[in-house]
Design a protein around this ligand. Sequence first.
Ligand SMILES: Nc1ncnc2c1ncn2[C@@H]1O[C@H](COP(=O)(O)OP(=O)(O)OP(=O)(O)O)[C@@H](O)[C@H]1O
Ligand SMILES: [Mg+2]
Length: 259
Amino acid sequence: MSPDNVALHCRNLSVRFGGVMALCDVDFRVVQGTITALIGPNGAGKTTLLNVVSGLVECCSGTVGLLGQDMTRVPAWARAQAGVVRTFQNLEVFTTMSVLENVMTGAHRDVRYGVLGALFKTPRYFLEERRCRALAEEKLEFVGLFAERSLPAWELPYGRQRLLELARALAAQPQILLLDEPAAGLNTRETQALAGLIRRIRDELNITVAIVEHDMELIMRISDAVTVLHFGQVIASGAPFEIQKNPEVIAAYLGEDAR
Ligand SMILES: Nc1ncnc2c1ncn2[C@@H]1O[C@H](COP(=O)(O)OP(=O)(O)OP(=O)(O)O)[C@@H](O)[C@H]1O
Ligand SMILES: [Mg+2]
């Protein structure tokens, strides 16, 4: 069993896709209340690891401990119910819905009315919808998108759509938030604002964050701990300043530049 302060603990995880060993005997720990980064060159297995943690991909061996429970065989929806929420590497916004409606879909994770309630518009339905709307508005305010809440999502510039995704994930009230390359496609100013926002997610909302990211400056600035994957294996784990000067890590990245 992991100590109480470990929010996520993957042990000896292996995942195989046909002939590709995407993860091989991986250990990954995220301490509660931290921002922990998962980095590594393209194809290293970072997204696969988030997929295993969120329950979208099954591991062929190993265990996934989440919030003090073994969730290795727990389905994705139940992990989300337990507070494990993620964003995706590619932007996943419902473009024809309004900004507010998009975020409300996140807030619907634990609504307490059924299909019939929605169909017959029962009092509980209205109550729950009001609660979801208030939650969504609060998260839009948090990420700085409140003024744009009535716009159709497609009208938002790319960087604002990324924030919308984040607001939707927050509306699901995560205990652990898994972010897959949230800074992809953002300019320098947007990336800096994102760094501040992720810190506020940890400090003000008390959410544990695991982040996959290629932007090394961002990672070094906000992370409490970093794990490095290379060809599906962990080659280093530690504080950002240790990782930065680790010869094996430097070699892995130089190898990528040379390709
Ligand atoms: N569904 C799948 N079927 C087959 N192979 C897959 C599948 N998903 C991932 N892979 C392979 O597993 C390896 C790890 O992929 P993964 O997407 O986890 O890497 P990554 O570290 O997220 O890379 P990137 O930085 O490019 O996003 C790659 O060789 C990839 O081609
Ligand atoms: Mg990836």
